[in-house]
Design a protein around this ligand. Sequence first.
Ligand code: UD1
Ligand code: PEP
Length: 420
Amino acid sequence: MEKFVIEGGHQLKGKVSISGFKNAAVAIIPAAIVAGDKCTIENLPNIKDVEVLGEILQELGADVAFDSQLKTMHIDSSKIQECYAPYEMAKKLRASYYLLGAALGRFKKARVAYPGGCDIGTRPIDQHIKGFEALGAKVNIDHGIVHVEADELVGAEIYLDVVSVGATINIMLAACRAKGTTIIDNAAKEPHVVDVANFLNSMGADIRGAGTDVIKIHGVDEMRGCTYSVIPDQIEAGTFMIIAAATGGDVVVDNVIPKHLDPITAKLREMGLEIEENGESIRIMGNGRPKKCNIKTLVYPGFPTDLQQPMSALLTQAIGTSIVTETIYEGRFKHVDELKRMGAKIKVEGRVAVIEGIERLSGAAVSATDLRAGAALIVAGLMAEGFTEIENIHYIDRGYENIEQKLVSLGAKISRSIEI
Ligand SMILES: CC(=O)N[C@H]1[C@@H](OP(=O)(O)OP(=O)(O)OC[C@H]2O[C@@H](n3ccc(=O)[nH]c3=O)[C@H](O)[C@@H]2O)O[C@H](CO)[C@@H](O)[C@@H]1O
Ligand SMILES: C=C(OP(=O)(O)O)C(=O)O
């Protein structure tokens, strides 16, 4: 089992380049099925989730070649005949549910086991199902497998009861091959929704309004392969901004879309950090302990749930008491018990964490319980006095490319060690 060993207390300085967006990549790879042609996807992050999705498409019958140096995946999905993703395949990640929309669009039929992913609360798919049914599909769940099937997909007006990234993307995947026009009302506006729409449009789809809360999809008969480059990872970039703040460092986070980082920049400025935006990079200059700050996770352009855990870690050393409210996932406080091992003063009541800032955390042996909990423990370990050992780092490898190498290049003392 691998673990990270961190010696805390070193200021980070320098420039770090951000990889492609995991949460866009995990939708774009399954989306490549829709056209049934050859696609080249560039700027993919070299992370476990991308590797696993490539393997899943291969098992479904596609030719897949991932060049991890060039960060490019070539997918020829023309040989896929049908989409059956049993539990062993689908449980590996939450994003396997995008196979439902993609295969429904192309084959009018799919069978995919209920999705897996990090345990951060219930992850219902009722809005995905509502969308598929509105397009004319019959959906039933039998022995853990979601079956979707339609004689014909027909465009419809779909109002989402909750703003859901997954449902918005899944409905776009199916609707781009439906007859007529689909309107998704109360759609998610996240950058990854826009990236997937742009990818589908590059394959010949006709999707308008992605990035607003009304998306119009005119179904098309034909789609074709394309070459597409994934946008930079908003969450990896935000994590490095938080790390820079946590270590009182001076870090340029490069290859980002600063607009996507507005909610993080605003909060860090509120905490007293100096931040400069410069084209495709953001410079964060820390100076001692940050001020307290309240955080409420919201759909985009609100503060992203995926950064709540790393931000909570930073707030453990803020001056004053901060209140963190998690509105998206009720189970996203599993990092709290681990932070407490390091001396953090946090009380959780339901979806609210009250964090009383202390002078300094102390290094301890801790365990990652999910991807962003792992990122939070890295933030904490880099701030803490002494050594922190983080177990279960396979969660972190799901979503961060070469995180320890990127941190070492900024002057952090972190290494990966293998325990037998
Ligand atoms: C809005 C939001 O922050 N979405 C994040 C969520 O996306 P992900 O796609 O996992 O989640 P959704 O955006 O679909 O879910 C948002 C909320 O809607 C609820 N819901 C969702 C679908 C459904 O059919 N029924 C339902 O009730 C969920 O329980 C959740 O409370 O996690 C991803 C990975 O961490 C992030 O990249 C997304 O930015
Ligand atoms: C929880 C996450 O990923 P997933 O939805 O793929 O489990 C995440 O990216 O923070």
